[in-house]
Design a protein around this ligand. Structure first.
Ligand SMILES: [Zn+2]
Length: 238
């Protein structure tokens, strides 16, 4: 392989590597996985809210239950007092207390029913949220598997190209190889241009007559006077 051929092959491989790298970064699965994660976060926040609501309702129910027990105790006490007395004034006062306690008992029952209905709704919501979470996790799992498969193929191709690249680079003169690498890094991956008519294929600029004559008089591997990349002056002859 001539120096020119090696440089051109190297450039071709690097262009292919860049394309594969972009392909890897732009795999639709990657975006979709990110979308899944955003959605998961939203659902998780909703789940936290539902749990908070459920805890709150449960706490209220427990409090009501304790109050209900206290009211029943009180009613029993009042009933015992009523049974034990024959004084009409005591009877009247105790009966009044009793009415108050019974009223409270009814109010507690209403509140309990309301809370229980709310709890049923919250439980339903919790099921829905858990279901959504399961679905999004399942989707992400599939996408990840697809991404790994597609990405794995691209990475394998990249590795093969890198191997060939290392072989080609080894064939170049050390100073030309390091020049190539430096230009590749500086010039967005394109280190080599080819002189086509009077134009550099890398920067598309036309060489002036004087520049053209100078470059043509020089070696087959020159330098573009515009972009300062390696310029293949003649791809046929070494
Ligand atoms: Zn150029």
């Amino acid at each position: 392989m001539t120096e020119v051929e090696t440089l051109l092959a190297l450039q071709k491989i690097d262009t292919a590597c860049m394309r594969l790298q972009r392909e890897l970064e732009k795999l639709p699965e990657l975006t979709q996985i990110m979308q899944c994660r955003t959605k998961r976060k939203e659902i998780k926040a909703k789940q936290d809210q539902v749990i908070e609501l459920s805890d709150d309702t449960e706490k209220k129910l427990l409090k009501l239950q304790a109050e209900e027990e206290a009211v029943i105790l009180k009613i029993n006490e009042l009933q015992a007092k009523l049974d034990a007395t024959s004084d009409y004034r005591v009877t009247r006062s105790v009966t009044k207390d009793m009415e108050g306690q019974v009223k409270r008992q009814a109010a507690i029952a209403d509140e309990q029913n309301e809370l229980l209905e709310r709890q049923i709704k919250i439980d339903k919501l919790a099921d829905q949220v858990a279901d959504m979470l399961g679905k999004v996790d399942h989707k992400e799992e599939h996408l990840t598997a697809d991404f790994k498969e597609k990405g794995g193929k691209i990475k394998q191709e990249l590795e093969q190209l890198q191997e060939r690249r290392a072989g080609l680079k080894g064939q170049l003169d050390a100073s030309l190889a390091s020049l190539y690498e430096r230009l590749r890094e500086e010039k967005h991956g394109i280190a080599v241009g080819v002189l086509e008519d009077a134009k550099c294929s890398a920067c598309s600029q036309v060489l002036l007559t004087g520049q053209l004559a100078k470059v043509k008089k020089g070696p087959a591997v020159g330098e573009c006077p515009h972009c300062h990349r390696i310029l293949i002056v003649s791809a046929d002859a070494e």
